[in-house]
Design a protein around this ligand. Structure first.
Ligand SMILES: NC(=O)c1ccc[n+]([C@@H]2O[C@H](COP(=O)([O-])OP(=O)(O)OC[C@H]3O[C@@H](n4cnc5c(N)ncnc54)[C@H](OP(=O)(O)O)[C@@H]3O)[C@@H](O)[C@H]2O)c1
Length: 253
């Protein structure tokens, strides 16, 4: 049952959310949109020198709680979870957003160029990173009202619609994230939990290190769309999780 204790810790009745990889790109935009819509947001900070979250903190004060977080590092995830647990005992929304493309993945690498060690790094962030975070915080999610986990995946993770001839690491890491989401959904649905797997669209973000202005739209647009999906979450509730794009269109696994 939903536990009200966190409300006695001096905070408001706002819902709590945790967003990983919140420094820039989609994670930052999701943090912003949630703050504007009455969430208290725990934002995972990976880039200590990137100033956007500090500016957002000046604007939103105690509604934004910055948490140092490297999702590839189990100790870092544990520390982040502990610092969140000091502040609250419930998370209505967990968004596993942080991910990397990996330096070898900028081109459609021919098979001979595949670098297994670099792919391991991509897997460790994109797939195991989300699992680490969810594992560390699932009790808080299940102790909340909404019990919602949003895993930011990609069209690149769809096996049914695979068209690439390279980018093994990124595509495999997202396909495995999709499987992770399905298992997780199965294991929490009877407790009222739910997982949404979302392809956010091709966004003008920093996955290549610099902002990709050639992409279809800015991350603010995707974040606003994803926020609407979060509000419609009950429509997507069922025995199986759904894999959808930011507009709510179904994607094949
Ligand atoms: N951009 C697209 O078109 C697109 C398309 C489909 C899916 N997606 C997905 O959308 C999500 C957000 O990506 P984005 O486009 O917003 O990328 P982004 O601009 O690179 O933002 C991702 C953020 O996560 C951080 N991060 C990297 N490694 C981390 C780690 N180990 N622990 C914690 N944070 C870490 C990044 O820091 P650094 O910049 O230092 O790496 C960056 O601040 C990802 O899951 C991505 O796969 C993106």
């Amino acid at each position: 049952m939903y536990n009200n204790n966190h409300r006695q810790r001096g905070f408001s009745m706002k819902k709590n959310a945790f967003v990983t990889g919140a420094d820039r790109g989609l994670g930052y935009s999701l943090t912003e949109v949630l703050l504007e819509n009455d969430y208290r947001v725990f934002a995972g900070r990976y880039m200590k020198d990137w100033p956007w979250l500090d500016r957002l903190k000046e604007k939103h004060g105690d509604d934004l709680y910055l948490v140092d977080l490297d999702i590839s590092d189990t100790a870092s995830v544990k520390r982040a979870a502990e610092s969140i647990k000091i502040e609250t005992d419930s998370l209505d929304l967990l968004i596993n957003n942080a991910a990397i493309v990996g330096p070898e993945e900028n081109n459609l690498a021919i098979f001979e160029d595949v670098d297994i060690d670099k792919i391991l790094r991509v897997y460790n962030v994109n797939t195991l990173g989300a699992l680490r975070v969810t594992h560390a915080l699932i009790d808080l999610v299940l102790n909340s009202r909404d019990k919602l986990i949003v895993n930011i995946s990609s069209e690149a993770g769809s096996i049914a619609r695979c068209w690439r001839t390279g980018e093994y690491g990124y595509c495999m890491s997202k396909a495995a994230l999709n499987m992770q989401s399905a298992i997780l959904h199965n294991s929490i649905r009877e407790k009222g939990g739910q997982v949404l797997v979302v392809h956010p669209g091709w966004m003008q973000t920093y996955m290549q290190g610099v902002r990709n202005d050639k992409a279809d739209f800015p991350p603010e647009k995707s974040a606003s769309d994803i926020y609407k999906l979060i509000q419609r979450k009950d429509e997507f509730k069922g025995d199986k999780p759904v894999f959808i794009d930011h507009l709510g269109n179904l994607w094949p696994w």
